[in-house]
Design a protein around this ligand. Structure first.
Ligand code: PG9
Length: 631
C-alpha cells in the first residue's frame, strides 16, 4: 500500500509538474479553450466578425479581454487557434480570461465601410451615427449578454492601430468596460504619429504601409488579405525613394488605387480632416481605468503614447490614469525580452518585467478582483543611461527645470548665452543629396535608428554638430525637449531636424555581464565614442507659426523656429557629453522639402532647390535646446 501511495504521489507530482512545465503551450490552450466565431450586430444593422476564445471550465465566471483590429482576427475557422502560446497573452489564458478578437468595421470578415482612424462623433443623434466608440459599446453589450460564464467585466487593449481602437473603446461609455490599455496608440497622424511629424511627411512608412498592401483592402467580408498592385522597390530605400523623386511621382505610382493616399495629398495642412482624426478629442469624461503604454524609442507612435496619457490628465482629470514607458521599439513590450535596442543595452529584461509586474496584475485586479490593487505608479518609466525603472507620482516628474542649452561658436554647447556678436553656422541643404536617417542600407525603415550611432551624420558638411564639455556629474532629463532655433535661410521654406545625442567616452565598454553589441558580420561594434541618438525630431519650417496656416520664410531674414520633441527619460552619465546635431533632411524617413514655399504634394522634381541654412548662436540670436533637467 505504502508503495502504491508513493507511486501515486510521484505521478501526481509529475503530472502537476508536467502541467506546470508544459502549461500554456498549444496543446494546453486547445485542451482548455474552445473557439466561437460570431457576427455581432451593431446599432446600424451591420455585423462585425468576432472570434471568442472561451475557457472550457464553466465552473466559475471569467472576465473578457478584447482586441479590436484592422489587421484581422486570423486564423478563421473555429478549429483554428491563434498562436497565443507564443506571446504573453498566454498568461491571460492561464488566468481563464475570455479572449475576444474583433475585425473592425469594414475590414476582413466584418461588414460596413472602413474609415481610416474614423473620427469620434460626440453628438450621435441616431443609430446611423456610428463610430469606433459606439461599435465597441455594441460589441461589449452583446458579449456580456451572450457569452457564457462571463463575469460582466471587460477590458480592451491593443498596440498601434489596435491602440487607437482601445482609445475609442475608452470613450464608449459602456459600464462593463472597467479597464483599457491603449498601447503605442495611433493618436495624431499629422502632428506626431506614423505619417507626419510636425507636418513633415513620413514618406517611407506611409508608402510602404499603404502601397505595400494595407491600402488595398478587398470588398468585405473576406478572409483574403489585401493585395498590392505595385511592385515595390526591394533594395536600398534611400536610392529607391530618391530615384522616384517628388511626392507627385508617388501619386502617379499609386494613382487612384489608394483612397487614404489621396486624402493625405488632399490635406497638406492641419485642417478639419486631420483635427477630426485626433483621437484625443474622444478623451473627455473617461470612465474606465486607463493604462497607456509605449516605447520611448518607438519609431511609429511614441507621440501617441505620451500624448494620450497627457490628454487624459488634462481633459479627464478624475480618471484613474497611468502611463508606462519603456526603452522599447514599437510593440517590444509584448515580445522579446526588452534588454536591448540595436547597439544599446538596458541591462535587464524590461519587457518581461512589464508584463509580470504591470500589465497582467493591472487587468487581474480590475477585471478579476484578484490580488491587491496593483501598486502601479502614476508613471512607470525606464530611464536609459542609468538603466533603471522609476515609479513616479507624476509625469513629467516634479521639480523639472526647463533649462536652455545654448549653441556656441566653434561647435560648443553651454548653459550661458554666447557672448559673440555675430556668430552663426551655415550649411547648404541640397535635396538631391539629403542626409540619410541611418547609415544602414536596407529596404524598409529600421527600428534601431532611434538609438543608432550618429557618427555617420556628423561627418557630412550639411549637418551641424555641437558638443558640451565632458560631464563632471550625471545629468538626468525627463520630459519634453524644446528646440528654439534662430535661423536665416536663403529660400522661403526648409525643414529643421534637431537631434539630442549621448556621446559615450572613448573607452566605453558595457559591463561584462552585458553582452557586447556585435555587428551582423561578427566582431564587436566599437562602442567607444558611440553617439547614441536619444531623441530626434523634424519641424517643417513653414508650420513654425501655425500648423493650420503655413507661412513662407523671408529669405535671409532672421526667424525663430521653435518646436517640441517627444518626451525622453535619459541620464547622461558622468564622463559622457551631450551633443546636438542640426540638419535639414532626414531621408527617406521624411519626404524632402523642395525648399521653396508651396504645396509639397504638388511639387515636381524641377521645383526642388538648394538652400543655404544659417543657424545663429550669438548674443542677440542665441539658438538653444531647452532641456527638462531633473534637479
Ligand atoms: N501605427 C502603426 C501604423 C499604422 C498605420 C500606418 C503605419 C503604421 C501600426 O498600426 O502598426
Amino acid at each position: 500500500m505504502r508503495k502504491l501511495i508513493t507511486i501515486f504521489c510521484i505521478y501526481l507530482a509529475v503530472s502537476v509538474q508536467g502541467q506546470t512545465i508544459h502549461t500554456l503551450d498549444s496543446a494546453w490552450i486547445r485542451d482548455n479553450y474552445t473557439k466561437l466565431e460570431k457576427m455581432v450586430p451593431m446599432r446600424d444593422g451591420k455585423s462585425l466578425f468576432t472570434a471568442i476564445y472561451l475557457p472550457k471550465d464553466a465552473s466559475e465566471k471569467h472576465p473578457i479581454l478584447m482586441n479590436r483590429t484592422p489587421y484581422s482576427c486570423a486564423p478563421y475557422g473555429e478549429k483554428n487557434f491563434r498562436a497565443f502560446w507564443e506571446g504573453h497573452w498566454k498568461y491571460y489564458m492561464r488566468e481563464g480570461y475570455i479572449i475576444v478578437l474583433q475585425d473592425v468595421r469594414g475590414r476582413w470578415m466584418s461588414e460596413g465601410e472602413f474609415v481610416d482612424v474614423r473620427p469620434f462623433n460626440k453628438n450621435k443623434q441616431s443609430a446611423a451615427d456610428i463610430d469606433e466608440a459606439s461599435d465597441t459599446y455594441d460589441a461589449i453589450d452583446w458579449l456580456i449578454k451572450n457569452v457564457p460564464a462571463n463575469n460582466g467585466n471587460v477590458g480592451v487593449f491593443g498596440i498601434s492601430y489596435p491602440g487607437f481602437y482601445s482609445t475609442m473603446a475608452a470613450a464608449s461609455g459602456h459600464p462593463a468596460l472597467k479597464a483599457v490599455s491603449p498601447q503605442a496608440p495611433v493618436t495624431d497622424w499629422f502632428l506626431g504619429d506614423d505619417f507626419h511629424h510636425n507636418g513633415a511627411f513620413c514618406l517611407m512608412d506611409a508608402f510602404l504601409f499603404y502601397a505595400g498592401g494595407f491600402g488595398y483592402p478587398r470588398p468585405v467580408p473576406t478572409t483574403q488579405g489585401p493585395v498590392s498592385s505595385l511592385s515595390m522597390p526591394r533594395n536600398d530605400n534611400y536610392e529607391s525613394f530618391l530615384r522616384i523623386g517628388a511626392l507627385s511621382n508617388f501619386m502617379k505610382l499609386t494613382g487612384d488605387s489608394i483612397k487614404f493616399w489621396k486624402d493625405l495629398y488632399a490635406h497638406p495642412n492641419y485642417d478639419t480632416f486631420w483635427k477630426a482624426r485626433n483621437a484625443r478629442t474622444a478623451l473627455f469624461d473617461v470612465k474606465p481605468v486607463m493604462l497607456t503604454v509605449g516605447g520611448v524609442f518607438d519609431a511609429e507612435d511614441t507621440y501617441g503614447a505620451w500624448n494620450t496619457y497627457k490628454a487624459i490628465e488634462a481633459q479627464s482629470p478624475s480618471t484613474n490614469n497611468r502611463i508606462v514607458m519603456g526603452p522599447w521599439y514599437h510593440g517590444q513590450w509584448s515580445r522579446g525580452d526588452g534588454s536591448f535596442l540595436g547597439n544599446v543595452r538596458f541591462g535587464s529584461r524590461t519587457s518581461e518585467w512589464y508584463q509580470n509586474n504591470i500589465e497582467i496584475p493591472f487587468f487581474n485586479y480590475y477585471l478579476k478582483g484578484k490580488g491587491e490593487e496593483p501598486k502601479i505608479a502614476e508613471a512607470t518609466v525606464f530611464f536609459t543611461g542609468e538603466n533603471k525603472w522609476k515609479q513616479l507620482p507624476q509625469w513629467p516628474p516634479a521639480g523639472i527645470q526647463p533649462t536652455p542649452l545654448y549653441l556656441q561658436p566653434n561647435g560648443g554647447l553651454a548653459w550661458q548665452k554666447p557672448s559673440e556678436g555675430n556668430s552663426m553656422s551655415e550649411y547648404v541643404s541640397d535635396p538631391s543629396s539629403p542626409v540619410p536617417y541611418t547609415e544602414d542600407i536596407h529596404y524598409s525603415r529600421t527600428r534601431e535608428y532611434m538609438t543608432d550611432d550618429q557618427r555617420f551624420a556628423g561627418r557630412r558638411p550639411d549637418v551641424l554638430t555641437f558638443n558640451t564639455e565632458i560631464l563632471e556629474n550625471d545629468l538626468t532629463l525627463a520630459g519634453p525637449l524644446v528646440a528654439d532655433l534662430l535661423v536665416s535661410i536663403s529660400s522661403t521654406d526648409a525643414d529643421f531636424v534637431v537631434k539630442l545625442i549621448d556621446v559615450f567616452p572613448d573607452n566605453f565598454k558595457y559591463d561584462d555581464a552585458i553582452a557586447q553589441p556585435v555587428r551582423t558580420n561578427g566582431g564587436s561594434y566599437p562602442m567607444g565614442g558611440y553617439q547614441m541618438l536619444v531623441r530626434g525630431e523634424i519641424m517643417r519650417g513653414k508650420f513654425r507659426k501655425s500648423f493650420e496656416s503655413p507661412v513662407p520664410f523671408k529669405p535671409n531674414k532672421t526667424e525663430q523656429v521653435k518646436f517640441t520633441l517627444p518626451d525622453i527619460a535619459h541620464t547622461f552619465k558622468k564622463g559622457h557629453r551631450l551633443m546636438i546635431q542640426v540638419q535639414s533632411s532626414w531621408f527617406p524617413l521624411m519626404d524632402r522639402n523642395p525648399q521653396q514655399f508651396m504645396n509639397i504634394y504638388e511639387a515636381r522634381d524641377e521645383d526642388f532647390r538648394k538652400a543655404t541654412i544659417r543657424v545663429l548662436h550669438n548674443s542677440s540670436n542665441a539658438s538653444s535646446v531647452i532641456l527638462p533637467i531633473v534637479k
